[in-house]
Design a protein around this ligand. Structure first.
Ligand code: APR
Ligand code: ZN
Length: 231
């Protein structure tokens, strides 16, 4: 059985990372147009760097939770038949042991050079304009996909959705495209669809089954059921 899992900020909430649109979400304290567009970076790079440097530092203080670990266990069972597509820029899936991960919105622990387009593993601040390891210029930016920019690996993701037998969305509000459209793409290709989310989302009505509750409870339960049913 080929399974594609889409994760959003909700899967990392119980690890202590803020989501975007919940009451205490990042978009309550910051305006998207100030920190998450290429125009904002042109206009005021210092504010944008401060936002991502703070989040990169936050990341060091948190650990993967039971939901991340359950998906890593599922990869042990399904191997290449599982693909996790995450909208998250944190590294909690990898730290939980997952390897078959696509970061469609980029990664906090990566820097992108605006001059040579090189991408470099990065776990330090970018605000003080460090030199690019590739070309030496001081044009490194957070390797995060901002609003108005093209997400990474869409071809790979779409191929996996068209081959999927099961599509599962975990901890995402369904507010942002193209990710919010994946459920339709998978369903049209014949996949069963399941949503695991704390509250109903903007796309819950599109899923065959939608369960509400914390990811740290719903995801291990779903993985145990799937393992049980595959015996
Ligand atoms: N367990 C499960 N779901 C949760 C939990 C939890 N503990 N806590 C919150 N949620 C759910 C919320 O109910 C909400 O539907 O997670 C969802 C988080 O939604 P958003 O904050 O909108 O985050 P996300 O869907 O990942 O945002 C998509 O928008 O801002 C951009 O690029 C950014 O990747 C991000 C994209
Ligand atoms: Zn460079």
């Amino acid at each position: 059985m080929k399974v594609v899992v889409l994760t959003g900020a909700g899967i990392s909430a119980e690890s202590g990372l803020a989501t975007f649109r919940d009451a205490d979400g990042l978009w309550q304290g910051h305006h998207v147009d100030d920190v998450a567009t290429p125009e904002a970076f042109q206009r005021d790079p210092a504010t944008v760097h401060r936002f991502y440097d703070d989040r990169r530092r936050e990341l060091r203080k948190v650990e993967p939770n039971r939901a991340h670990r359950a998906l890593a266990r599922l990869e042990q069972v399904l191997g290449d038949d599982l693909l996790v597509v995450t909208q998250n820029v944190d590294d909690l899936h990898e730290r939980a042991g997952s390897r078959r991960i696509v970061h469609m919105h980029g990664e906090l622990l990566s820097a992108l050079c605006d001059s040579c387009q090189g991408r470099f593993a990065w776990d330090d601040d970018l605000g003080d304009g460090p030199a690019c390891p590739g070309c030496g210029s001081d044009t490194l930016r957070p390797d995060v996909v901002w609003f108005g920019e093209m997400p990474y690996d869409l071809d790979l993701i779409e191929r996996a959705l068209l081959e999927a037998d099961l599509f599962v969305a975990i901890g995402t509000s369904g507010a942002v495209y193209p990710a919010a459209g994946f459920v339709r793409m998978a369903a049209i290709a014949g996949a069963k669809t399941l949503e695991l989310n704390l509250d109903s989302s903007e796309t819950s009505h599109l899923f065959d089954d939608a369960r509400q509750g914390p990811a740290s409870k719903l995801v291990p339960e779903w993985v145990a059921d799937l393992q049980e049913s595959s015996h």
